[in-house]
Design a protein around this ligand. Structure first.
Ligand SMILES: Cc1ncc(COP(=O)(O)O)c(C=O)c1O
Length: 392
């Protein structure tokens, strides 16, 4: 068989995740300290696990409705209103297999071959390959450290063409930790108002913002709900990555088409996870707060430690990542991370894995225990010192 000829070119040429490569290298190193994974180190709150167990004991082991349990979708509507002042009805919500599936469905429901999809970078790794699989054309915007990696209205305006179909709006941002202020959001909204452009607002880190300001959803800006698909989920806020549950909320005609695709390729999101998620939304506000406070403590420690050793980083206000500059080393991001891994057995992710504009930076996740973080910081410091890059 000539598999090379058989495989669809758009699938064959998909760029593999630059994150995975580092995990593969690190997996052969038993003493490796990884700050690579974007996953909470907490266990799912007990009441949520218990609700999952109870649903199994009650024999709730069948498919649910394609769009998800009505009770869960109603609870998601109440949650979005309570936390982010978003007003949705049940038919505007689709329960998916993680935020990942919601992103895939939104792009597939909207993008036709030749449509342009604006992707501010650095960003999470899936938007571009999914766009390319649909025949869409990714249009990158390089956000800048001097703008604290926020998307500016000028940058967005300059990237729009008559072929623009969709803007990916990835805030709070993975990998930079950037968030957008209300004023930033209003400026972006002013560019999009009166256009026919849709927005995919990936708000998976909406519960993880630090400082005085709470997350503001792009869909809550006047006039934006009609053009926005909000993607959110349970992985990050409720430490539920393995339960694989997320959702999309947006205009009903779009959610309807997304549901049709979901029906064909997934059927329905995991039933046990859906029952557990109802409890998460009803009972876990205090657990979210506890985890957020803990991440905040770690965030402050890591930002201070990195800045002190000359790996300068702006203060990230969302998610659980810092994105320090590694330019003192004179190495590329990839060389820096590879040498750090080989010489000190610390795994962090090269910034260019999140788009070309991430070159010169590296992503460090602080979703790890303080002990783990302290050991990693000591090793990074020693790495810089031994190579003559330490600034004191
Ligand atoms: C920005 C962003 N969006 C979406 C996801 C997908 O999360 P999940 O599919 O676990 O809900 C991730 C996971 O790392 C992410 O960082």
């Amino acid at each position: 068989m000539n598999y090379n000829e058989l495989l669809a070119p758009s699938a064959k040429t998909m760029r593999p995740s630059g994150i995975r490569k580092f995990f593969d290298l690190a997996s052969d190193m038993p003493h490796c300290i990884s700050l690579g994974v974007g996953e909470p180190d907490f266990k799912t709150p007990w009441s949520v696990r218990d609700a999952g167990i109870r649903s199994l004991e009650q024999g709730r082991t069948k498919y649910t409705a394609n769009a998800g349990l009505k009770e869960l979708r109603a609870e998601i509507c109440r949650y979005l209103e309570r936390r982010f002042d978003l007003k949705y009805d049940v038919p505007q919500v689709l329960v998916t297999v993680g935020g990942s599936e919601a992103i895939d469905l939104a792009i597939r429901a909207l993008v036709q071959p030749g449509d342009e999809v604006i992707i501010p970078e650095p960003c999470f790794v899936c938007y571009e390959p999914i766009t390319q699989l649909t025949g869409g054309v990714p249009v990158h915007i390089a956000t800048r450290a001097e703008d604290e990696f926020r998307l500016t209205a000028e940058q967005l305006k300059a990237a729009i063409t008559p072929r623009t179909k969709l803007v990916i709006f990835p805030y709070p941002n993975n990998p930079t930790g950037a968030v957008m202020s209300v004023q930033d959001l209003e400026e972006i909204a002013a560019v999009l108002r009166d256009t026919n452009i849709m927005v995919l607002s990936d708000e998976i880190y909406s519960e993880l913002t630090y400082g005085l300001d709470r997350h503001v959803s792009f869909a809550s800006i006047p006039g934006m709900a009609e053009r926005t698909i909000v993607v959110n989920g349970f992985s990050k806020s409720y430490a539920m990555t393995g339960w694989r549950l997320g959702y999309a909320a947006g205009p009903e005609p779009i959610i309807k088409v997304m549901t049709k695709i979901h029906q064909s390729c997934i059927m329905s999101a995991p039933t046990t996870s859906q029952y557990a998620a109802i409890t998460a939304l009803r009972q876990c506000d205090d657990q979210i707060e506890m985890m957020r406070d803990e991440y905040n403590r770690r965030r402050r420690y890591v930002v201070k430690a990195l800045n002190q050793m000359g790996l300068t980083c702006f203060e990230p206000r969302g998610a659980f990542y810092v994105f320090p500059s590694i330019q003192v080393s004179g190495l590329s991001s990839e060389e820096f991370c590879e040498r750090l891994l080989r010489e000190k057995e610390v795994a962090i992710i090269p910034g260019d894995a999140f788009g070309a504009s991430g070159e010169g930076y590296a992503r460090i996740s602080y979703a790890y225990s303080v002990d783990h973080l302290q050991t990693a910081m000591q090793r990074i410091r020693a790495f810089l010192q031994e190579n003559g890059w330490l600034k004191d």
